[in-house]
Ligand binder design. Sequence first.
Ligand SMILES: Cc1ncc(C[n+]2csc(CCOP(=O)(O)OP(=O)(O)O)c2C)c(N)n1
Length: 632
Amino acid sequence: MARILDRIDSPTDLRSLSLEELTALAEELRQEIVKVVSRTGGHLAASLGVVELTLALHRVFESPRDSIVWDVGHQCYAHKLITGRREAFGTLRQEGGLAGFPRREESPHDAFNTGHSSTSISAALGMVCGRGFLGGDGRVIAVVGDGALTAGLALEGLNQAGHLKRNLIVVVNDNRMSISKNVGALSQYLTRLRSAPTYHRLEAEVWDILGKVPGVGGRARELASRTLEGIRGLLVPGVLFEELGLKYFGPLDGHNVETLIESFERLRLMEGPLLVHVVTVKGKGYQPAEDDAPKFHGVGSFDKATGTTTAVPAAVSYTEAFGRTLVSIAERDDRVVAITAAMPDGTGLSHFAKRFPDRFFDVGIAEQHAVTFAAGLAAAGMKPVVAIYSTFLQRAYDQIVHDVCLQRLPVRFMIDRGGVVGDDGPTHHGAFDLSFLRAVPNLVLMAPADENELAAMVRTAVDHDAGPTAVRYPRGAGLGVRMDCEPAALPVGRAEVLRTGGDAALVAIGSMVAPAFRAAELLAAEGIEASVVNARFVKPLDDRTILGEVERSGRVVTVEENAAAGGFGAAVLELLQSRGVAAAVRVMGLPDEFITHAPRERLLARCGLTAEGVASAVRALVAADRSKGGGS
Ligand SMILES: Cc1ncc(C[n+]2csc(CCOP(=O)(O)OP(=O)(O)O)c2C)c(N)n1
């Protein structure tokens, strides 16, 4: 049977559909999303939860004249499917294909690029104000999850929205879930709102009755709404959003497309900042995702029939190695406490949370708070370990500088997903941490060459009470090396020489040590002998070891999975310059551009960050230098 979806080339095509057809379309969208994501992997559960919401918004509002800003953007699959990208949807997250998040470059219906959480209210409010200056007349709608609402940024946006009183619509998609269960007082507050239906039902009924009485217009509704103001005060005391200056509506059943359409039609005509509370089920319509929303939040390929993931885990992941090591360290040190910003599973802290629930803190999507909270714990004498993905740590830079490093407080940062992450693309690559952290005084900054060295660095960080430490490691499986039972702390600021050679020095950090070593083996087979240094520390740099190896040949290639701009290689360059060492240098790292989405290995290959890429850089350096008459 022909699908309705195949007739939807733009949101305008939704307008002619009956309610029954819209309901059938919701089902078709779910099937398409599950079919494609089971192959490509992606953010399944969030997208399944907002299918009706997406249809209702696009039915009532006129994108792109009206703008819909999807917070985080991981729930945008139905939106992509009905905004002209149905044919391309099979390429989701594939190299050269559709991005997994809204991208302005991809469609005029993608009003704002997202990927990091809690930006939608600020961006939407900015758009409203911009239109005020320039005369655009469309409505702007921010769709924000209950999880995203736990971030300071979202609250900063609400704070200004309530003050400015412009025509902004904030849709809170409340499924009680962040990636894991949502946490915090605000989440509890939303739950209370959900279970206080009297006022809301009453309001809906009054609106309905008035809507049905012929000839009864705005005046009666205005009167009714004034009466309701009073009643609300009695039944739902202290409605937080109203106190902030936004008119609250809800809770609405986010899977009832009829209710949603009727409500949005009403809201579209209203003035001022409005907040609509929509209740949905994460993973709706696909049982495995409803049963285990955290697993299907961001999932690899899986068997559609059973929901079983198909990727076979290779070696233990860096995440897992960190999580297990921290638990074993904490067994014997009750000053160790762990903090996550809404990512206990992703960061590997769920083991710690289970074993030491009293010493574990999930602070919500609040990286800034997580860091300053950790600084407070350190000031009080505890040993806080904050585990955050590199890309999300960007948000907490001032806290790292001002609250941690300036005070030399021994906060331990465990920075997962350092480097390129693959299919999630530019919003999620951890490309800059070595650069932005290296600039901050007092911080010890390290990156392990393999998962066993990560364990040793966790130990080093926990033992280091003299100041802050940070360990950054890549996404995915380790190298499959043997893990020590009792990882020993490393001497701070000491590199490891893996190989010596008189033709060039390869100085690598973190994930690039293994390819650098293989490159040296390739080169040795051709008669080029290269030293290989596992730098281990970006800061403090092991000056003596690095200079020793560089001076041996007068040639050095540095290798890192971080922006070449200002990163590890730049530290080596600064060292050479400060000591007046003349050497032929090549800095290898990520280029000065936002790197697209594609499998991690492909991206690394494109940047030359493979054994072969490193080997050819060394060959070129040696050849160029010899032709100038340099080196040995
Ligand atoms: C700044 C930031 N921190 C962490 C994340 C990782 N993350 C992606 S989605 C998500 C949970 C979002 O929950 P919610 O807003 O309720 O949306 P839902 O997935 O439930 O639809 C988290 C923590 C992120 N994208 N951005």
